[in-house]
Design a protein around this ligand. Structure first.
Ligand SMILES: Cc1ncc(COP(=O)(O)O)c(C=O)c1O
Length: 355
């Protein structure tokens, strides 16, 4: 797209009912200090003994947290949308930009299954342009699938379940060739040496990045994700979200997380070491045919008898993910890199002879 960032205007792409929507005006949007008798809260406080003000609705915008996230990725706070995991951001993008029963998204299988599920829930069509058998992105092929109905292209880099980063030059070709939003899901980006594409947002205002605290930050339970995009895209996402989508407990620990990025980096380093070690050990197993290169916290591994191994490992207490039903992923298992003990246990169970 490479148009001037300030002239970028996604307004014509917004669904008409959203464009004319008056968003819910939350109780605390105007005044938030004083005797708070405006929101039908319970002034006696929470039913559980705690010092936390759990009886108050959370902040609707969470600007201090948006600012932290923005600083961490080198962008502005106005470019950050916070959601209940990045799954919420995917859903909201569809609700803002895709007309149910008419529009469609374009994805590149094999990829993360939630894009299709979110589309189906929103009654949005899914068009697919497969990655190559080596899991590479072919921009020309993707762009040839675009129709009048295509409103979002969703890519995933590093890709789940294959683990590889997609070529930046192919992503740029898609950003330039597609006149609407291109979403790149960066859930696993901190495990990759290539780093976030956040620096590209300056030149490609149609780029939307999805990020999460579920992976490198190890905080899947708190359900905190983000969409990073041009402020004029974020503005519409904020209008559509539930006013109190992110709860205060989540917001508090997420804020804290950005004060411990050294700890996050340390865990990432250990996971990458574990990934390399696991990869080498798996390569020696007689039933392992191929280990795909990974920039994520998991390995996609082609096994002889993958399905048998999936069930055998589960019966021995080690749960991995069978991915052999995905295109180009025949006979594969996706194995998350665990702690050294967990990885050793996996290897031991793979080596254990049938009694
Ligand atoms: C590519 C990808 N995106 C997003 C998610 C989910 O992120 P969140 O936990 O923030 O909803 C996952 C989870 O496995 C994923 O693999």
């Amino acid at each position: 797209m490479t148009e001037n960032r300030s002239s970028f205007n996604p307004e014509p792409w917004i669904r008409p009912n959203i464009r004319t929507l008056s968003p819910y005006h939350a109780a605390r949007d105007d005044y938030h200090e004083g005797i708070l008798l405006d929101a039908n809260e319970n002034s006696y406080g929470p039913a559980i003994p705690t010092d936390r003000p759990l009886h108050r609705y959370p902040d609707t915008r969470l600007d201090p947290l948006r600012k932290k996230w923005a600083e961490f990725r080198g962008i502005d706070m106005e470019q950050v949308f916070l959601g209940v995991g990045s799954d919420e951001a995917i859903d909201i993008l569809m609700r803002v930009f895709c007309e149910p029963g008419r529009d469609e998204i374009l994805t590149t299988p094999p990829t993360y299954g939630m894009y299709k599920v979110a589309a189906r829930i929103n009654n949005v069509g899914v068009s697919e342009s497969n990655l190559t058998p080596e899991f590479e992105l072919d921009a020309r092929k993707v762009l040839s699938r675009v129709t009048q109905q295509t409103k979002l292209i969703i890519l995933c880099s590093p890709n789940n379940p294959t683990g590889n980063v997609l070529s930046v030059s192919e992503i740029k070709r898609i950003l330039s060739g597609f006149k609407r939003l291109v979403v790149v899901d960066e859930a696993y980006i901190d495990f990759s040496v290539s780093g976030s594409l956040s620096h590209l947002m300056e030149h490609y205002p149609n780029l939307v990045l999805l990020q999460t605290l579920s992976k490198s930050f190890g905080m899947a339970a708190v359900r905190m994700g983000a969409a990073l995009a041009h402020p004029s895209v974020i503005k519409w996402m904020l209008k559509v979200k539930a006013p109190y989508n992110v709860n205060q407990l989540t917001a508090d620990v997420a804020f804290e997380a950005f004060g411990h990025t050294d700890r996050m980096q340390e865990h990432v380093r250990k996971i990458i070491l574990g990934r390399n070690r696991l990869s080498k050990a798996l390569a020696r197993h007689p039933d392992v045919e191929k280990i795909f290169p990974s920039d994520a916290n998991f390995l996609l591994v082609r096994f002889r008898h993958a399905q048998e191994w999936y069930h055998r490992l589960a019966s021995r207490g080690v749960i991995v993910r069978y991915r052999g039903d995905q295109v180009h992923c025949e006979n594969t298992l996706r194995i998350t890199v665990g702690t050294p003990d967990e990885n050793d246990r996996l290897l031991a169970e793979l080596d254990r002879k049938e009694e």
